[in-house]
Design a protein around this ligand. Structure first.
Ligand code: NCD
Ligand code: ZN
Length: 351
């Protein structure tokens, strides 16, 4: 396509972010407005310290989030609980009544703030059965934590060790394999039937693991699950742009102060919320699939969660702009992925 035939404007039904970390306190106040500008709703991850494990905590956290939504902006946080070995099955009814949409499964020790996570999924089966009954979703961080398994293989091994038995034992439970990073996971989800879906981040669609080591260690590209080989990235792009309604947008934007990212032990997480829809537009355009972006960003997620599609729109213009190198994060600073670099698409209007 010659430059003159490239589209210059892109209007989409207002999208949603189905996997987002917004933290709490001053950090929450710093990051929430960027998401609220772009997205109608976001599924809020519960991995605070201590984690959100009860309906009452989720309601209080929702109020703190709503207090950070800028005036005149229409944004709904969709709350989740952190599943532990001890989540009582009767918490599920309370969660449903409180408007909680899902529980998040972190294998214990898999990622940031996951110490309270599940040590053996079978310990949670009574709770999962209650979720299946009440129609709450299970969101899965799909990596095994066995130190004997190579870090780059942990997602693929999780499919065999956890996903397959889970699907067999809880066939009606809606499960989202979050932030998939491998060809194996993309193929698994594509073949797993109507109750299994996946979210995909912008960074896993745009980068392979070389980005972590380009001319030196690049901590801002370090997240979990870690970036994989190019063959995997291509499989993720193919899944995202396939038109299948079981793949949808979840940024996994996970802000950490720059001092934490640039320390000798660097926290896992990429901050992408500042330019999320622009980054996805770049990835879809590079694949020649801009026409598939609206389904992925705005329609497939609500369909899987059984929620209505948003009524507003967002408009992006092809307008090169430089993403800020850093933004305020309470008393600290926060470096967005690609900060200081030029992006081709820019969000210019949202309703
Ligand atoms: C997330 C975080 O920082 O909370 N980090 C990340 O690398 N994605 C946790 C998570 O979702 O794994
Ligand atoms: Zn996450």
């Amino acid at each position: 396509m010659s430059a003159s035939t490239l589209p210059t404007t892109l209007t989409l039904t207002r999208p949603d972010d189905w996997h987002l970390h917004v933290r709490d306190g001053a950090a929450l106040a710093a990051v929430l407005p960027a998401t609220a500008q772009q997205f109608g709703r976001a599924v809020i991850m519960p991995n605070l310290r201590p984690p959100i494990t009860t309906a009452a905590q989720a309601l209080a956290y929702r109020d703190r989030i709503l207090a950070c939504v800028p005036d005149g902006v229409d944004f709904t946080p969709l709350m989740t609980l952190y599943l532990t070995d001890n989540t009582p099955p009767d918490e599920i009814k309370r969660a449903k009544d409180a408007g909680v949409v899902a529980l998040k499964l972190y294998p214990a020790g898999a990622t940031t703030n996951s110490d309270a996570g599940v040590t053996d999924i079978r310990k949670t089966y009574a709770t999962l059965e209650a979720m299946q009954r009440e129609g709450l979703l299970l969101l899965v961080h799909g990596e095994v934590t066995d130190p004997a398994i190579d870090l780059f293989d942990r997602e693929a091994v999780f499919i065999d060790q956890v996903m397959q038995p889970l699907r067999r034992d809880m066939p009606e439970l809606k499960v989202v394999f979050e932030h998939i990073t491998t060809k194996e996971a993309a193929e698994y989800v594509a073949s797993a039937g109507a109750h299994t879906a996946a979210t995909l981040t912008a960074h896993h669609l745009l980068y392979n693991r070389n980005a972590l080591f380009q001319g030196g260690m690049r901590p801002h590209y370090y997240c979990l699950p870690v970036l994989k080989r190019e063959t995997h990235r291509l499989a993720l792009v193919a899944a995202a742009t396939s038109g299948s309604d079981r793949f949808f947008l979840g940024t996994d934007s996970a802000p950490h102060a720059s001092v934490m990212k640039e320390a000798s032990v660097c926290g896992a997480g990429c901050y992408t919320a500042l330019s999320a829809i622009e980054l996805y537009a770049e990835a879809f355009e590079a694949a020649g699939a801009l026409d598939k972006l609206e389904g992925f960003a705005s329609r497939h997620g609500p369909a899987f969660y059984g929620l209505p599609v948003n009524t507003g729109t967002v408009t992006l213009q092809r307008e090169p702009w430089v993403l800020p190198e850093s933004v305020a994060f309470g008393d600290a600073t926060l470096k967005p992925l690609r900060g200081g670099e030029t992006l081709n698409w820019r969000l210019t209007a949202a309703t």
